[in-house]
Write a protein that binds this ligand. Structure first.
Ligand code: AMP
Length: 581
């Protein structure tokens, strides 16, 4: 049977996907799944498409076309070298390159495709897209909406009605759509967005930050040097991408200029927090569009069953957080956000071929993994706030790092506890590992510890903690992080962890401490009391009274055999200690 491929013809990148081995699996192109939507004329006068064209865009703009999708449906001619081309002709080069790649992998001739377009595309724009396909030698069997394709990638095999919000933030555009899917049929209820907002703007923000730093601090002028600016743009994008997984990156570019006879090099540390701050206004704007999409569809956030993330820029962690805050549930990104639309188009292609039940095969983590830290819970301080690093449904393998901070000057040690679960209080989750990390003596309060989790397909979770200032680290491996617990085991674990809380561990991984005898103060409570007593003298009158009363109450509760109450009181005591620092 002649394959019908699915093509996402994007503003920044384009992708092709197809159904393989009958009806069950949709594959992206194995290597090079993503093709930058750039076309140019190379040094030798030949047409180049993709990465090569993208690389020359900054230095040879007269021979390169980018973001042609924005002009589809217009008759504006684009000059490239000595000739001028219509937008559908430029798009045809991209389609041809995708077609050739797919033919190489499938080892078959391809002449049919389903191509996706934004939901807001007019008839003229859809028509131009169809023409681009035809010029490239492809019969366009269907043009479908991008949000429709994304919904199909996730939901094609489910029959119940779902209302899905699709948040699509790519390189140059932002679209948000609400669709209804019922028996595999998708209806777009609303669609809005911003045609000029995306990852390229974020790159530009970072470039501006870097050029300001270079010009003001390093005293070298770079703005009028296109090759250096192109290098900075590439470095800015790399940094942005890495910050989706790491809390800090170092941007290093050698030989960016000369001061006298001396070469000047750039070495700039950039944090995720700083990055998220500079793009905050843009992200706020996307949320305004989300509100508009809901209003246009006459829906409240609670009516949305699922949120799907599409587009490479949705890997920025702040985006998931913002959506989770608004909708109360975690958005889905388990299908590669770059390929989701192409995969949905391939499913539609499969349907056109008479194959019905295609679905996207996924390797995802069934559990969330994280650690505990001092934080807030329901507005109150919490010593065991759960902080997730790798969230449920993340595609595997997955790696993620987060920064944590020491809480007082001279802190000698941090205890890293690894949990499986989703509850906001880590004590309600399952502890699967515990490690002590001795810190460099006399470290100031706020010293950074970067915790790194690396989870593979087999459930092997590698953990690394690094003291940022010195680079000292510890490593650990949890061999079977996916091990499932029975309810009873969970309950036992919960109790054990609860009793253990308080840092009385003898050994780095030893979780099996003896329990306290009846009437005797358990080690965690004794430790809290000891700490409180040590601080009594420095506490102010009211705090001091509260602490004395709480210590007495804890002792009484233990004597009466009421450990649960004692631990509740201990939390109050710890809150006071936390505030006193
Ligand atoms: P798309 O148009 O969907 O292919 O998305 C391309 C945009 O996603 C570009 O601006 C990329 O820099 C951006 N992008 C890709 N991966 C990441 C990542 N891990 N974190 C942040 N942005 C990313």
């Amino acid at each position: 049977m002649e394959p019908i491929v699915g093509i996402d013809l994007g503003t920044t990148n384009s992708e092709v996907a197809f159904i393989i081995d009958g009806s069950s699996e949709v594959l992206k192109l194995k290597d090079d799944g993503i093709l930058p939507s750039c076309v140019g004329i190379g040094n030798d006068g030949k047409i180049i498409v993709g990465e090569e064209a993208r690389n020359q865009a900054a230095v040879a703009p007269d021979r390169t076309v980018v973001s042609v999708k924005r002009l589809m449906g217009t008759d504006q001619k684009l000059s490239m070298g000595d000739s001028a081309y219509l937008p559908q002709e430029i798009s045809a080069f991209i389609l041809k390159a995708l077609k050739e790649r797919a033919e190489k992998v499938l080892e078959k001739r391809i002449s049919k495709a389903v191509i996706t377009v934004p939901a807001y595309f007019t008839d003229a724009q859809r028509h131009a897209t169809r023409e681009a396909g035809e010029i490239a030698g492809l019969e366009v069997v269907r043009i479908i909406n991008e949000p429709t394709a994304a919904a199909l990638a996730y939901e094609s095999t489910r029959s119940e009605t779902q209302r899905i919000l699709i948040y699509d933030l790519g390189g140059g555009t932002f679209d948000v759509s609400i669709v209804k899917i019922e028996d595999g049929v998708v209806e777009v209820l609303s669609s809005t967005g911003d045609n000029h907002l995306g990852g390229d703007d974020f790159d530009q923000d970072v470039v501006e930050l870097l050029t300001d730093y270079i010009e003001n601090e390093l005293k070298v002028s770079v703005k009028d040097r296109p090759v250096i600016m192109a290098r900075l743009k590439r470095a800015a994008e790399d940094a942005k991408v890495n910050l989706s997984a790491e809390p800090y990156v170092k941007i290093e570019e050698d030989h960016i200029g000369k001061k006298g006879f001396k070469d000047v090099h750039l070495s700039y540390e950039f944090s995720r927090t700083d990055f998220e701050e500079i793009i905050e206004d843009d992200l706020e704007r996307t949320m305004e569009s989300v509100n508009k999409a809901l209003k246009d569809a006459s829906m409240l956030p609670s009516a949305i069953d699922k949120i799907i993330l599409v587009g490479g820029s949705t890997r920025i962690p702040r985006i998931s957080k913002m959506l989770e805050e608004k909708f109360g549930s975690l958005p889905h990104s388990e299908i590669d956000p770059d390929l989701c639309v192409a995969l949905g188009a391939a499913i539609q292609g499969g349907r056109e071929m008479g194959l019905d039940s295609s679905s996207v095969l996924l390797d995802i983590t069934p559990y969330t993994f994280g650690t505990s830290a001092i934080g807030e819970l329901d507005g109150a301080p919490c010593m065991t706030r759960f902080v997730s690093l790798i969230r449920r449904n993340t595609k595997l393998p997955a790696a993620k790092s987060e920064a944590f901070y020491t809480v007082y000057d001279g802190q000698e040690m941090v205890e890293i506890k690894v949990y499986q679960g989703e509850e906001p209080d880590a004590l309600d989750n399952i502890q699967i590992g515990k490690y002590k990390f001795k810190l460099t003596p006399n470290s100031p309060e706020g010293s950074v510890i970067v915790l790194h989790f690396d989870l593979d397909l087999n459930g092997i979770l590698k953990i690394e903690a690094v003291e940022k200032a010195t680079g000292r680290k510890i490593n650990a491996v949890i061999e079977n992080a996916f091990a499932t617990f029975t309810e009873q085991e969970k309950e036992d674990s919960r109790k054990r962890i609860e009793e253990m809380w308080g840092g009385q561990d003898k050994d780095e991984t030893d979780d099996t401490e003896p329990k306290a005898e009846e009437g005797e103060i358990p080690p965690d409570l004794a430790e809290a009391i000891r700490k409180a007593e040590a601080q009594l003298d420095s506490a102010s009158g009211e705090d001091r009274d509260d602490m004395v009363n709480l210590i007495e109450d804890i002792r009484d509760a233990v004597k009466a055999g009421n450990l649960d109450e004692a631990r509740e009181l201990m939390k109050e005591l710890e809150d006071i200690l936390f505030y006193l620092g």
